[in-house]
Design a protein around this ligand. Structure first.
Ligand code: FMN
Length: 151
């Protein structure tokens, strides 16, 4: 059984999550969507994930999911606004898709050094998170559910 974990990551937070998921699955390959050149048909399970910015899932991930809908088994979303996770998922996907693909909201992390001035400002003012606060809010239960394929 071969599993593919595909992700997009602007600053590295979602890459960490994808690698964590991959480390928990035997015989798995983890790759950034843009770098993946193989064929999805070669894998028994395909998991795809990406980050939320301004309440929208990264367009690279959204387009990839739309194009390969039938080949994707599960989707994970990285973001920090856990309280409104459900709302955000529904802004990005329809109900049927959420149920069908077992979408998991994993949480996220802020990679301060990778963020530009405007992004740091948006996070500090919008989310009221002080500069350089370590922010790793991964939901390990969600990560385990994805890794084990438990829906
Ligand atoms: C400018 C900016 C906007 C963000 N907007 C959202 C958002 O709307 N909803 C959310 O849940 N998280 C939001 N986040 C948090 C990111 O989704 C989170 O940090 C994620 O782990 C980043 O992934 P990446 O490092 O792979 O790009 C935002 C972060 C930044 C820097």
């Amino acid at each position: 059984m071969k599993t593919l974990v595909l992700y997009e990551s602007k600053h590295g937070g979602t890459r960490k999550i994808a690698e964590l998921i991959g480390s928990k699955i035997e015989n798995s390959v983890v790759a950034r969507i843009q770098n993946f050149v193989g064929r999805l048909e070669r894998y028994d399970r395909v998991i795809v994930g990406g980050p939320l910015y301004g309440r929208r899932l990264s367009p690279v991930v959204m387009d990839y999911i739309k194009e390969n809908k039938s080949m994707i088994d599960q989707v994970f979303v990285s973001g920090l606004l856990g309280a409104s996770a459900d709302e955000e998922l529904h802004e990005n996907f329809d109900d049927e898709f959420i149920q069908d693909k077992h979408i998991e909201f994993i949480g996220g992390s802020l990679e301060w050094k990778q963020m530009n001035y405007l992004e740091r400002l948006r996070v500090r003012i919008g989310a009221r998170i002080k500069k350089n606060t370590p922010t790793d809010t991964y939901d390990m239960k969600s990560i385990d559910r994805i890794a084990k394929g438990v829906y």
